[in-house]
Design a binder for this molecule. Structure first.
Ligand code: BTN
Length: 334
């Protein structure tokens, strides 16, 4: 187990047992499991017990074998890795039951030297971090809270390009597996019909001229019900369930995001920012539209006309001047 609240790295063995039981769809003897995994039958039995505690139903058949009859809706490394077609992302996956923040957890792992592509998920977060010091509501078992470690060899000034890349990955993944049509609101909110369904918080460790690592934090409201949203939300929010009317498999959402991230990050390393920027612009909902930009108490209106190579939003102000917006809140003007 990965700490008292984790069902993470231990699953190396538990996860392998699950993989074997899933592949076989039949009773597998304790003896065979012990031979395949190189552990004693007592150890197999203990791992089966731990899996049952996590909600997996493992029948012990009369021939003293084991059969998996149902799995809980829990994120699990073996479920995420199954069929994940990725070169780099998902090189290591840790699924926690609860943690203050997957970003904080992944940041620590990265400082300790974790591999590029390492993924951390949690069923719930007790102090989920949002943009601008806000809290990210993180009830248990219904949503996705996930952080991914990247180690691109780029200058810190280009790190925001990776934020755009992750927003494209999330919006595209939702479009691939649901009939919904999310759009990106600059810089990296994912909206459906003007309501926020996902947010990204990327954190950076860097020297003056090179990035050490980046933690991409992704929060997606997947199966959250209306009554589970905090009362005091500043902006309208939604979930994939609310928009589509059906529950969505969280593992599938995550696996699709990781595959998209892998594709886009590969493209970024091979060809640079241009193809990512093109995809971002196709998915963004503010281009050539009238927006209001607010930064603390100041604000102005104008037409959004593009993003530059550092991810700044370019806005033609009503008074004719052009503004590079690097931070703040951007809303469509009605
Ligand atoms: C936003 O405010 O829009 C960004 C929200 C980001 C939330 C995610 S959930 C997983 C990761 N861990 C955190 O503490 N925050 C990010």
């Amino acid at each position: 187990m990965k700490g008292p609240s984790g069902h993470g790295a231990a699953q190396d063995t538990g996860g392998k047992i699950l993989e074997i039981l899933r592949e076989r769809h039949e009773v597998v003897s304790g003896e065979e499991l012990s031979r395949l995994l190189g552990i004693s039958r007592t150890a197999v039995w203990k791992h089966i017990g731990a899996l049952r505690k996590l909600g997996y139903c493992v029948e012990a058949g009369p021939s003293r074998g084991y059969r998996l009859t149902s799995s809980p809706d829990l994120l699990h490394p073996s479920g995420i890795a199954a069929g994940l077609n990725a070169r780099l992302i998902g090189s290591s996956v840790t699924c926690l039951a609860e943690t203050p923040s997957t970003n904080a957890y992944a940041f620590r792992l990265a400082e300790e030297g974790a591999l590029e592509g390492t993924v951390v998920t949690a069923e719930s977060q007790s102090a989920g971090k949002g943009r601008m010091g806000r809290q990210w509501s993180s009830p248990s078992g219904v949503n996705l809270y996930c952080s991914i470690i990247l180690r691109p060899r780029i200058a810190p000034v280009n790190a925001s390009q990776i934020t755009f890349l992750s927003a494209v990955a999330v919006a595209r993944a939702i479009r691939l597996i649901t009939p919904l049509q999310p759009a990106i609101k600059w810089p990296n909110d994912i909206l459906i019909d003007g309501k926020k369904v996902a947010g990204l918080l990327n954190e950076l460790s860097a020297e003056t001229d090179e990035v050490n690592f980046l933690v991409l934090g992704i929060g997606i409201n997947v199966n959250m019900r209306p009554e589970q949203f905090p009362q005091d939300l500043r902006h309208p929010a939604t979930s994939l369930f609310i928009e589509g009317g059906v529950e969505v498999d969280r593992t599938l959402v995550l696996r699709t995001i990781l595959a998209e991230l892998d594709r886009l990050y590969g493209l970024y390393l091979d060809e640079g920012y241009a193809p990512v920027r093109r995809e971002w612009l196709e998915l963004c909902n503010v281009m050539q539209r009238r927006v209001r930009v607010s930064n603390n108490d100041a604000g102005f209106t104008g037409i959004a006309i593009g993003i530059d190579e550092y991810g700044a939003l370019l806005v033609r102000r009503d008074d004719g001047g052009e503004e590079r917006v690097l931070s703040g809140d951007v809303r469509l003007e009605q």
